[in-house]
Design a protein. Structure first.
Ligand SMILES: [Zn+2]
Length: 435
């Protein structure tokens, strides 16, 4: 048994409207009543290890949640494993990750869900919440067994990496998911419009001679999702939004009360399609959806600032060097995210753009994803699981990919100087990582 007193930190707990400097007591893996300690009613239990952490100058936040992570197991353990991926999460300040189903085999039946849950319990150092595929083999043709995956413990459905093109099938998926109150998330990509596109369609795709992935290829599916969410009166969450038009569509729909939401990843506000030119076709700048134009970045940040976008995520997508070290056209989409995510959001959204205050930033990484997926996380209420992240919002550091906990190195942010990062990650009362 252990008890830990986290002293003198700025406790930011948006779920409970808390923002004050004080002490947080953690006991037996749960948040405990710190006033007990102050009033000296605290008596150490026999065999109890008591520890104090000085959090002066630090933010004490509920453990951060990333709802968009590819852990690559089962089947792609050369890229990442549940062990290495959760270590990367911890090193980025995340105590919970929601993993995507496009593994090998995919998570389209209850046995793979159980396999991931067992493996995460044995080898993971943070909480892992699996999602299940909407369709069998993520092929977009036939619904996966939604009810049995729900019983096995998936927290949401998504065909991430792919997108259900058949609108009627998507409608059926929503109707089934609603029976289990299971959230549906969507990777928004219209295959016909996108074709073989590998980068944003615009000036730079013409200059570089690469096939374009037009913004409309995302916006069409965002619009489809708005219409279906309205038709079925069921929420849909749009993953990794990249285009200005998507933000506008979601803003208008939310104003009408449609149950639609969206998330934004760091690379889509940190980089533009011009970076493919300045970095000579570096495949670490290839992701799906692609990096877009400055006007899109401005619109995404505006959407974050005005509350249209409610969730921040990484789309952590590890790939081996040998897979990325090929011609741009044939390289896989995706980059690492977990270990630079919080710092990029702090650096860009809080320090540079001042698009939001630190309380809202913490809220978008804790309560908002917890609420969407109905996770009993993202709060520092007494009795809750003691998942806590200590953050130094002003710490300046330089990204060094050779030090990453991830098994992969595919990041465009190596050597970047950033301001702000997590310094300690606590899961169920136990420090799983510290700087
Ligand atoms: Zn995706």
């Amino acid at each position: 048994m252990t008890a830990t007193l986290i002293k003198n930190g700025r406790i930011i707990d948006p779920a409970n409207g808390v923002d004050r400097v004080g002490d947080l007591l953690v006991r037996d893996g749960k948040i405990a009543d710190a006033s007990l300690f102050i009033s000296e009613n605290f008596s150490q239990k026999p065999d109890e290890i008591f520890e104090e952490i000085d959090a002066s100058g630090l933010i004490v936040a509920p453990g951060l949640i990333d709802i968009h992570v590819h852990l690559r197991e089962p089947g792609q353990s050369a890229k990442e494993t549940i062990a290495s991926g959760t270590r990367a999460a911890a090193a980025g300040g995340f105590t919970s990750v929601v993993c995507m189903p496009n593994t090998s085999p995919p998570v389209d039946n209850p046995s793979v869900v159980t396999w991931i849950n067992d493996k995460a319990r044995d080898e993971g150092c943070v909480n892992v919440f699996p999602t299940g595929a909407i369709t069998k083999n993520i092929a977009g043709e036939e619904l996966a067994p939604i009810g049995s995956m729900h019983r096995a413990g998936v927290v949401a459905l998504t065909d991430d990496g792919r997108c259900v093109q058949n609108h009627e099938l998507m409608r059926r998926a929503l109707e089934y998911a609603r029976m289990f109150e299971l959230p549906v998330m969507d990777h928004c990509q219209d295959y016909n419009l996108v074709g073989k596109g590998v980068m944003h369609e615009g000036y730079w795709s013409t200059v570089l001679g690469l096939p374009g992935w037009p913004s409309a290829g995302e916006e069409v599916i965002v619009a489809r999702n708005i219409l279906l969410a309205e038709l079925c009166d069921t929420p849909i969450h749009c993953q990794h939004l990249s285009a200005a038009g998507s933000v506008r569509l979601i803003r208008e729909a939310r104003a009408r009360g449609v149950k639609i939401s969206g998330e934004v990843c760091p690379h889509h506000i940190a980089l533009t399609d011009e970076n493919l030119h300045t970095h000579n076709y570096d495949t670490n700048f290839k992701m799906n959806p692609p990096l877009r134009a400055q006007a899109d970045i401005d619109a995404l940040i505006e959407g974050i600032a005005d509350g249209t976008i409610t969730i921040l995520s990484s789309d952590h997508a590890p790939h081996c060097d040998f897979e990325k070290e090929v011609e741009f056209d044939v390289a896989p989409f995706g980059i690492l995210g977990l270990e630079t995510e919080l710092s990029l959001f702090l650096d860009i959204l809080f320090h540079k753009k001042q698009a939001l205050n630190i309380v809202r930033l913490v809220e978008m990484l804790t309560v908002e994803p917890a609420r969407l997926l109905k996770l009993d996380r993202g709060t520092l209420r007494i009795g809750a699981a003691a998942d806590v992240t200590l953050i130094d919002p002003n710490l300046e550091w330089t990204v060094d990919k050779t030090k990453f906990a991830s098994r992969s190195r595919n990041t465009p942010f190596d050597k970047w100087q950033l301001k702000g990062r997590a310094v300690r990650t606590i899961v169920a009362g136990k420090t799983v990582w510290k700087l």
